[in-house]
Write a protein that binds this ligand. Structure first.
Ligand code: SAH
Ligand code: SF4
Ligand code: F3S
Length: 491
């Protein structure tokens, strides 16, 4: 099922004419798009004799980031090179997020700036895709007030980028192609990954949970798991190309595999990933507390590769609010889960997400949130002010909280989260940790790496160590990161 809405691709293509002979029957969608990549390459050679430079940027979560890397891989394979900024680019591409209103405002702000660049350089192409584009009111606004945007597509048809870009290169008009949902998962697209030694791997798409505040299920569609064979094959390929750390990604990895023809559990997938030679670290995100199984806790406890870090978003500490949020657990259940995990994996690093100011949140509810933060010992908590999302049940709930009350609560929560986080992170002072060296920290002339617990460490060392594992003494805790010194090479 591919439900299209507002597609202008066909019309625009007619204007350009001269579409190459690309058979679209009997070949897979991936093969079709690979053919369009080749066709774009030829067009680009004609239209941009000096080469096409693109600037691509991402908003939002790590899953979105991975899709940005996929679009970057596709345009790279068209023979284009990346530019350092919007002003140096022939094509500017934004992958958008709409989880909170400020993400949307950021995009409108950028479009404002791009409008003036485009006035002086009318050939500049502007491409928008991703979650925000799945919202009807956004697309209506782009159609009316942002005519200078060249190409718009959504989350369900991002694999069509080569085809749509081909039409855009030919036509010159505004092309908008948004699908309302899809049941397909397209495998085998190119990907231009930021690091050669660590990467995210999407194991599932969409979300079925409909937490009452959240827009994700509306813009990402129903939950779909990739087949375990496809995931394992991809990770084997990555490992054979030098990747040693993978982060398995999904909106709720704990429900992975439930909708497959032959259902499998996330824990069993982890066991298989663990067997892949060359993979040294396995991470995953995000775990919904309602679906966190004993089997998963056991696998984490017995594995030598799964990092002892668990991101377990609690959202609120109040059972009353959790019910209104449609989270399917309460305060006690969350606290029980945390204590179960800590018993099985005593050194676990726990992180969470918390929303402040959900409709109807009273001072008492908020105190429950503070209480859970006191009790759980989070290493980090990402705190968000509730943002009203059009079309979600919470948007029409009574008792929207005044801004001054929310800000005051947010300040108190942040103080507590930071205090507790500093105490927790401090536990590594003086210990020796294995670090995956990620990059140079240009400002300070240091290297930056990460512990298995996901803590950043800066230390003096040679850039040739990037991508390898080294032992580092954790000398000085600076709250959420450390300064350290290297002990011995260990790659
Ligand atoms: N699937 C993940 C979360 C994805 S969104 C999970 O269920 O844990 C990342 C975070 O954004 C959420 O955990 C939540 O804390 C926050 N968030 C989502 N919708 C929000 C909203 N309307 N206002 C404020 N924060 C929100
Ligand atoms: Fe949003 Fe809830 Fe799905 Fe997470 S589980 S993406 S918070 S609806
Ligand atoms: Fe944002 Fe979409 Fe991710 S709304 S948080 S980019 S799934």
């Amino acid at each position: 099922m591919n439900n299209h809405s507002g597609s202008a691709a066909g019309q625009a293509a007619d204007k350009g004419g001269g579409i190459p002979e690309i058979p679209n029957t009997n070949i897979s969608e991936t093969e079709l798009q690979l053919k369009y990549i080749e066709a774009c390459k030829d067009l680009i050679r004609e239209q941009y004799p000096e080469g096409l430079r693109y600037f691509i940027q991402n908003e939002g979560c790590q899953m979105n980031n991975l899709q940005t890397e996929t679009v970057a891989g596709m345009i790279r394979d068209m023979g284009c090179v990346s530019a350092d900024s919007e002003t140096d680019a022939d094509v500017v591409i934004f992958n958008t997020c709409t989880v909170r209103e400020n993400a949307n405002q950021k995009i409108y702000g950028r479009l404002g700036r791009l409008k003036s660049i485009k006035r002086s350089r009318p050939d500049l192409k502007i491409v928008l895709f991703g979650c925000m584009m799945q919202e009807e009111h956004v697309v209506a606004k782009i159609r009316e007030s942002y005519r200078f945007v060249d190409l718009v597509f959504g989350t369900h048809n991002m694999h069509k980028f080569p085809e749509l870009f081909y039409h855009s290169l030919q036509s010159g008009g505004q092309i908008i192609d948004i699908w309302t949902d899809t049941d397909q998962i397209i495998e085998g697209l190119p990907c231009d990954r930021k690091y050669s030694f660590k990467t995210g791997v999407n194991i599932m798409f969409g979300c079925n949970n409909f937490c009452s505040y959240c827009i994700v299920p509306y813009v990402r569609g129903r939950e779909k798991s990739r087949k375990p064979q496809a995931i394992l094959q991809e990770i084997e390929d990555l490992a054979s190309h030098g990747v040693t750390e993978v982060m398995l990604l999904g909106q709720n990895v704990n429900s992975y595999g439930k909708t497959l023809d032959t259902p499998v559990t996330f824990a069993s997938l982890l066991r298989e990933v663990e067997k892949i030679e060359g993979i040294r670290r396995i991470r995953f995100m995000t775990s919904h507390p309602k679906d966190l199984s004993d089997e998963l806790i056991e696998v984490m406890a017995s594995s030598s590769k799964i990092c002892h870090h668990l991101h377990l978003p609690m959202q609120s500490g109040s059972s009353r609010i959790l019910k209104k949020m449609n989270r399917h657990y309460d305060k006690e259940r969350y606290l029980d889960l945390v204590s179960k995990i800590r018993t099985a994996v005593p050194d676990i690093s726990l992180t969470t997400d918390i929303i402040v100011g959900f409709p109807g949140e009273t001072e008492e509810d908020f105190c429950d949130t503070l209480d859970v933060v006191e009790k759980c010992g989070f290493d980090t908590a990402f705190t968000f002010i509730y943002s009203k999302r059009t079309g979600t049940p919470a948007a029409s709930m009574e008792g929207q909280i005044p801004e001054d009350v929310v800000k005051e609560r947010f300040g108190r929560l942040l103080d507590l989260v930071q205090k507790k986080g500093r105490e927790r992170s401090g536990r590594f002072t003086g210990t020796v940790q294995e670090i995956l060296v990620e990059e140079e920290n240009r400002e300070k002339g240091l290297l930056t790496g990460r512990t298995g617990y996901n803590l950043l460490v800066h230390f003096p060392g040679d850039p040739s160590l990037i991508g390898s594992y080294v032992k580092v003494r954790m000398d000085e805790c600076k709250g959420f990161y450390y300064f350290g010194s290297i002990l011995e090479e260990n790659s």
